[in-house]
Write a protein that binds this ligand. Structure first.
Ligand code: BG6
Length: 489
């Protein structure tokens, strides 16, 4: 396998290297990059964590996780090369002196380093301080931060202020892993490489948009973390608003990081605030109760392991979001996301306007409007619902609704679907910030989300119950039915 020596060489330091994210996603992603020949020959991967283990134990643990989380057969030659890149660094993250040892390990390394903060955000300041203390930061280095960036606007500012004491904005890569998903990236291509959608993408052609991100999993043993966050902070503030901003933004002048992020920011800023005055009309929050998934009984949120029985945290949110600008005035974006829904299923449905006049009444009294469905996961693809004549000799023109279906798995049969973290890791190594969230975007998203969370808190209403395995509380159906519309199931 040929390595690409023209890439800038990178040492990758993962703080929290023994944690869940690193074991499940980051290390397997780096192996895949190595397998694809995208790591420099001399790249090293330094795993830093507080556990006092030696290099052999670290390598054994990484190997175990590669076998567990990589579904394809592992290439022995690549594996050998990859494992030889690994170095373990025992580190007391809060103790700046401890970083001197890291400096010894890094001595003689490459010019460009990637520092991946895969720890609790409360530690980001300590890591910055330690790196600075050991003189380990140069202008060429990059830092990667995982969500959540804060709990609200104010706390996100504190985290960002801490990190920006040591790194400039052009060195900071804030991850929203949805931006690394193939289908999310394809939104940019779909919108700006197809004149059909470039010209019909506004209030004149589109009636409304639905974005659904449904998960069948519950909170997967992380009650403590999730209960502090809830679905609004965990999913809407980041993943769903990122999708919305890509759908709603104006065409960026170019594909570079700031052209895209400037436009996304404008879209988020144009979201109409939801406050205590309109919260009831615009949002629904729910919490799952005991129910069944595929016929198997599953506990409700309050019966999850370690649950606080009085919790009023939401596990489902539906929102009627509106964008106050020339393009989208009067076009609602209905957002819906929840845990313990019937299936893992994420999609965007763009509902075009109906024909103003129907000349096919004999065959179809109420002509349905065109619908563009973008299946984000699983069964990734794009589908356009349209009317078609049913072939036949009958004198009456018989028509029906049919679809053009571009299924990615059928079309790109021999192409491996790249995991979001592989792409994002590669972009960091290559120094391209386009797929990372800029500070002002994070803050604009928090400002909008905070207003909703405040309004919920002041209304003092409990979330509406919904049985695990259902599509959410009944009131989410009313949210959209009030506008004479319905969710696509
Ligand atoms: C994470 C959330 O950011 O995204 C999780 O914290 C959620 O609660 C996950 O399950 C969903 O990601 P994906 O890629 O499985 O859709």
């Amino acid at each position: 396998m040929k390595n690409n020596d023209s890439q800038s060489a990178s040492e990758i330091v993962i703080f929290g290297a023994l944690g869940d994210l690193s074991r499940r996603k980051l290390l397997p992603a780096l192996y895949q990059l190595d397998n694809a020949g995208l790591l420099h020959n001399d790249s090293r991967i330094i795993g830093a964590a507080r556990q006092d283990i030696d290099n052999e134990a670290f390598i054994a643990l990484v190997l175990e996780n590669l076998n567990k989380f990589i579904s394809e057969p592992i290439n022995e030659e690549v594996l050998e090369r990859f494992l030889a890149r690994l170095v373990y660094q025992h580190l007391d993250i809060k103790n700046a002196e401890s970083y001197v040892n890291l400096a010894d390990t890094l001595a003689g390394g490459h010019e460009t380093r990637v520092y991946y903060f895969s720890t609790a955000p409360a530690l980001y300041g300590d890591i910055g301080n330690g790196l600075d203390h050991a003189k380990l930061i140069t202008d060429a280095d990059r830092v990667v931060m995982e969500k959540p960036i804060g709990h609200c606007l104010e706390s996100s500012k504190v985290i960002n202020d801490h990190v920006s004491k040591y790194f400039k904005e052009n060195q900071i890569y804030r991850i929203d892993h949805y931006l690394g998903k193939e289908t999310v990236l394809n939104l940019i291509v779909l919108r700006f490489a197809n004149s059909l959608f470039t010209t019909n993408w506004d209030r004149n052609s589109i009636d409304h948009v639905q974005i659904t991100v449904a998960e069948s999993v519950g909170i997967e043993g992380r009650f403590g973390f999730y209960d502090e966050a809830g679905q609004m902070r965990d999913m809407i503030q980041n993943h769903l608003l990122q999708i919305l901003s890509l759908l709603a933004m104006e065409p960026p002048a170019e594909l570079d990081a700031d052209s895209i992020r400037d436009e996304k920011l404008k879209a988020i800023k144009a979201l109409v605030p939801i406050t205590r005055h309109n919260i009831k009309d615009k949002t629904v929050r729910g919490q799952y109760t005991d129910g069944y998934l595929n016929g198997v009984p599953v506990p409700g949120y309050l019966n999850e392991e370690g649950a606080n029985k009085d919790s009023t945290t939401e596990t489902f949110v539906a929102i009627k979001a509106e964008i106050d600008n020339w393009r989208w005035s009067g076009v609602p974006f209905y957002l819906r996301t929840g845990k313990r829904m019937p299936a893992k299923h994420s999609e965007i449905v763009v509902h075009f306007k109906k024909q103003p006049h129907n000349i096919f009444k004999d065959s179809y009294v109420d002509l349905p409007a065109n619908k563009l469905t973008i299946r984000l996961q699983p069964d990734e693809g794009v589908e356009l619902q349209m009317m078609n004549k049913i072939p036949g000799i009958a004198s009456q023109m018989n028509i029906h609704e049919n679809k053009l279906d571009l299924s990615f798995s059928d079309t790109y049969k021999d192409t491996r679907v790249v995991d979001a973290y592989e792409r994002l890791m590669l972009e960091v190594i290559n120094g391209n910030q386009a797929l990372f969230v800029r500070r002002d975007e994070v803050e604009a998203a928090w400002a909008w989300a905070d207003s909703i969370i405040d309004a919920w808190q002041s209304s003092n209403e409990k979330p509406k119950p919904y049985p695990a395995g259902s599509w959410g509380p009944v009131s989410s159906i009313s949210l959209i039915a009030r506008d004479d519309r319905q969710w696509v199931e």
